[in-house]
Design a protein around this ligand. Sequence first.
Ligand code: ZN
Length: 230
Amino acid sequence: MFIGHFGLAFASKRIAPRLSLGTAFLAAQFIDLLWPTLLLLGMETVRIAPGATVVTPLVFDHYPISHSLVAVLGWAVLLGGAVGAMRRSTRLGAVVASLVLSHWLLDAIVHVPDLPLAPGFGTLVGFGLWNSLPATLAIEVLVFAVGVWLYSVSTRAVDRTGRFALIGLVAFLALIYLGNLFGPPPAQVRDIAWAGHAQWLLVLWGYWVDAHRQSTPATLMPAAPAALHH
Ligand SMILES: [Zn+2]
């Protein structure tokens, strides 16, 4: 799952207009931002095995710190708590925590059973949508498209950057996704780890887009009418 996570982050603007798209990206992709670092440190492992599933050539052998349900709940509380405290908003904290957790739930739909419930716990979860390319594409493109649509109607560009940085971001995400799906498998795990770290640029891109757009009054009205006055 790749653009589906970003889709949910985009969608969160609808219920949390004061949450920057960058923070939403950080939350929704948090465990996939952690994972490449843990790979490089040798604390988690992955194998490249073309044909492992129809969609991905990766076999996720061991990733309890980034991708076990219990650990993800911990990351959700930690990140949600930090953002909630910084922004003095239980609501924003809850949205961030939900986004962190949503990553595991979306992963569980597509991964073959490789997601642990807890570190050191034998049971592995995954409904295996990755065994079907059309099904994977259908669900992921749908979540992404709906999310982008919700974001674009909940905000409007305040300048040209606000418009074109968003279009560029959406196009770039789609391009990476197509490259992942139809491009050659990565040559070595080290390449996956470095490409994974490059995702931090997408978080920055999210902040950049969001700084050049503002929430539409219709979005702010039900959630935070006070925000209209400053
Ligand atoms: Zn993941």
